[in-house]
Design a protein around this ligand. Structure first.
Ligand SMILES: C[S@@+](CC[C@H](N)C(=O)[O-])C[C@H]1O[C@@H](n2cnc3c(N)ncnc32)[C@H](O)[C@@H]1O
Length: 265
């Protein structure tokens, strides 16, 4: 607990990310990753393999951008730094551990980026808000880098969460809120689609609370948005019991998609 308090206090982060609870979430995720490191191992390995496979299929090797880099558990930073001229780790919170780790590499830099462009506004929303006016803003600074490879590293399902929380606080209904959340996840995928180079999207898609084979609860993390067919899929033992409950394990269904594929795959 003391370690988490110190991390929360010392991690340099913009006020919007602090206010919207993203720094708190990041610190909590670091603590969970330490508690669940064995259970997370297979997921982390598969993410890294998918990212490296995408990197190997890239014709250009100037710039790779990693969205949602966070602690870089799932990001093979050393290998990417060896393969590309420049590695840009983009997240709204860069944990102290990541800040320390990147000092080893001359070509890895951190970009503090809100991938939705909305965090500064969310806290100012008041009752009576017309949800139709809520539109995410693409991260143009990352687009301008003209990446040869863009990786979306387990961030997609996280993007709508501050907006969802705020709309619920303001009394908006579930259906209306889900529509806005879907717009946010769709906007990230559309942004990836429009970038040059190779794109590698890794995301959790469904959350399940399981007791043995019995599904106690299931949530669509993408609000009905369908991903393209193909790619790979696996499960991530996000929170084995007793992490969130003694009654169930919380698992995530994960999808990994890379496009366009090189001609030989
Ligand atoms: C589940 S973690 C991703 C795991 C990360 N790749 C790792 O290995 O540590 C989600 C990440 O998304 C980031 N994130 C959430 N909302 C964001 C936003 N609007 N813009 C940029 N990053 C965001 C969080 O700070 C967090 O680091």
């Amino acid at each position: 607990m003391l370690r988490e308090c110190v991390e929360w206090l010392l991690t340099p982060t913009g006020w919007a990310a602090r206010r919207m609870g993203l720094l708190r979430e990041s610190v909590a995720m670091g603590a969970r990753s330490r508690r669940c490191s064995a259970a997370w191992g297979p997921h982390v390995r598969r993410c890294r393999e998918a990212m490296l496979q995408a990197a190997q299929g890239c014709a250009g090797r100037r710039t790779v951008v990693v969205c949602g880099s966070g602690y870089c558990h799932d990001v093979p930073v050393a290998q990417l730094a060896g393969m590309f001229g420049r590695v840009v780790l983009a997240d709204v919170v860069h944990p102290l551990r990541t800040r320390w780790m990147v000092r080893r590499y001359g070509n890895v830099r951190l970009a503090e980026v809100d991938l939705t462009g909305m965090l500064h506004n969310v806290g100012t929303w008041r009752a009576g808000l017309d949800v139709e006016t809520i539109r995410p803003v693409a991260p143009s600074g990352l687009t301008a880098l003209g990446p040869d490879l863009t990786i979306s590293a387990n961030v997609l399902s996280q993007l709508p969460l501050p907006v969802m929380t705020r709309l619920m606080q303001l009394g908006h209904g579930e259906a209306e809120t889900a529509q806005v959340c879907r717009r946010i996840v769709q906007a990230h995928v559309d942004w990836l689609e429009g970038l040059p180079g190779v794109k590698c999207l890794i995301t959790d898609t469904v959350s399940r609370d399981m007791d043995g084979d019995a599904v106690l609860d299931e949530t669509d993390l993408l609000y009905g948005m369908e991903l393209a067919q193909g790619g790979e899929a696996w499960t991530w033992a996000l929170a084995p019991r007793p992490e969130v409950s003694r009654r169930f394990d919380r698992i995530r269904q994960v999808a990994a998609l890379t496009w366009p594929l090189p001609p030989d795959r």
